[in-house]
Design a protein around this ligand. Structure first.
Ligand SMILES: Cc1cc2nc3c(=O)[nH]c(=O)nc-3n(C[C@H](O)[C@H](O)[C@H](O)COP(=O)(O)OP(=O)(O)OC[C@H]3O[C@@H](n4cnc5c(N)ncnc54)[C@H](O)[C@@H]3O)c2cc1C
Length: 437
């Protein structure tokens, strides 16, 4: 067993899983004065992958935690998010992120995921969180004094509450629902490289650029103060659609982006080709709490990544739970007197509905990005008609994280694709000749 910040005795809270969700929840609770122990399956704490986007509903929390300046030093504050058509590279719509920061009070950031994870790991160490690796949880049970977790080596840990932040294949989730990850048949390739390698590729060094195309999309943005560049290529795998096991392979990557614009074509050879991420989510569930065991992060709400809110939702989960704990402590209750049933019930009353909205919107968003034919042209026309400074579509997500169900803002109004008329012949033109002006 690998241990850091080791205490003795029973902690107030056990967190299973030391990803961004587990560590951020551990930190949120530790800063309220609770003794927290994190138990992680891997031999080392860390994150595999490249960049991630962090919207104002998360940077607001980083600010409250005193971690935003560190994150700003490690990340990049892009000027805009620009959505382009992956076929003809024309601009569809954009968010002015400087204006967005003015509006929501906190910045939109891109950051290497290992940097964000590292920020929480260091914060946990400073806050005295016990951090244990090489700990594989195999069973979760409620007990008289809280909840217990059994580990692969046979030892058992107990605390007043157990947070299961054990990701997409959560062991604890089985206590609440008998479900399986849902295969989207889409796969993501990632690549992060020194900026010098892409300078000649008609890239933006200051924006997040998203190319949306038929059954595929391509994302680019700078990382690490602009010294690195991040690319994500996502496509629907024909082999997955045919039910084959060996799907998402590099030959499919190249074929999926045939017919896309030169900016995308130039980026493709730089994708890492030795690993890829098959995209699964799960159907939303509206109960995350089983006695003193609470799901958090991807264990509760694994999304498709199209809203770029997966890690953010996990960070919000921990903040909300810690706020409800803090409210009890503020009344003069000691940690030993905490009424976990009340805190967990408040958490369970507000978070599942918010995350249900993000999960279901993520699925719809993915469909919208990947349209072909007439529907692609209808989408493009709707996107082009949007005013850059119209925030109707961000109000529900980038504002303050709701602590109570009544604080959850309404969803955005939907615009049906067929509210736009597009000439049929346009959709039948060869892709590279399509113009929609
Ligand atoms: C291509 C892609 C792009 C994305 N982009 C964004 C983005 O821009 N913005 C954003 O907010 N989100 C993004 N996400 C989503 C985000 O990465 C995840 O939602 C987030 O990392 C989930 O964090 P987590 O801690 O809940 O789960 P995980 O990161 O899965 O962590 C779970 C942890 O639990 C451990 N564990 C698992 N089982 C056990 C066990 N039995 N015992 C002990 N430990 C265990 C694991 O080893 C792991 O460390 C993206 C995802 C993908 C795939």
């Amino acid at each position: 067993m690998n241990t850091q910040n080791q205490h003795t005795g029973q902690p107030d809270v056990i967190v299973v899983g030391g990803g961004i969700g587990g560590l951020s929840a551990a930190y949120a609770l530790a800063r309220k004065g609770l003794n927290v122990r994190v138990l992680e399956r891997a031999k080392e704490f860390g994150e595999v992958g490249a960049g991630m986007q962090i919207a104002p509903n998360c940077t607001r929390i980083l600010h409250e935690y005193g971690l935003l300046d560190e994150a700003k030093q490690l990340g990049v504050l892009p000027e805009s998010i620009v959505m382009k058509d992956a076929v003809d590279s024309s601009e569809l719509t954009r968010l002015d992120l400087k204006d967005l920061e003015q509006k929501y009070g906190f910045p939109y950031m891109v950051i290497h995921r290992s940097d964000l994870h590292g920020i929480f790991l260091r914060a946990c160490r400073r806050a005295g969180v016990e951090l244990l690796t090489d700990q594989v949880a195999v069973d979760f049970q409620n007990s008289g004094r809280g909840a217990r977790v059994t580990f692969e080596d046979g030892h058992v840990e107990e605390a007043g509450v157990v947070i299961a932040a054990d990701g997409l294949h959560s062991v604890a989730r089985k206590l609440l629902v008998d479900d399986q990850p849902v295969n989207s048949a889409y796969v993501a390739y990632r690549g992060a490289m020194p900026i010098e390698q892409v300078r000649d590729n008609d890239i933006s060094e200051t924006d997040v650029v998203l190319y949306v195309g038929p059954q595929c999309h391509f994302v680019q943005y700078p990382l690490r103060g602009g010294a690195m560049f991040n690319q994500v290529a996502v496509f629907e795998s024909p082999k997955a659609m045919a039910g084959e096991d060996d799907w998402g392979t590099p030959d499919e990557l190249d074929a999926a982006f045939e017919g896309t614009c030169s900016q995308v074509q130039q980026g493709l050879p730089l994708m890492w080709r030795d690993k890829w991420w098959r995209m699964f989510d799960r159907d939303p569930i509206m109960n995350w709490v089983h006695g003193r065991i609470a799901l958090l992060g991807d264990a509760a709400h694994p999304p498709l990544q199209y809203m770029a809110q997966g890690a953010i939702m996990a960070i919000e989960d921990g903040w909300v739970l810690a706020e409800h704990v803090g409210r009890q402590l503020a009344t003069g209750a000691g940690v030993a007197d905490l009424d976990w049933a009340v805190a967990l019930s408040a958490y369970n009353a507000v978070r599942p509905e918010h995350c249900r909205r993000v999960l279901t919107t993520g699925r719809v968003w993915g469909e919208l990005w990947h349209l072909d034919g007439i529907q692609r042209l209808q989408r493009n026309a709707i996107m082009r008609a949007r005013d850059t400074y119209d925030y109707t579509f961000t109000e529900w997500i980038y504002g303050n994280t709701a602590l109570f169900p009544d604080d959850e803002p309404p969803m955005y109004p939907t615009i049906p694709l067929d509210s736009v008329e597009v000439a049929e012949e346009q959709a039948q033109e060869p892709r590279e000749l399509v113009t929609v002006e």
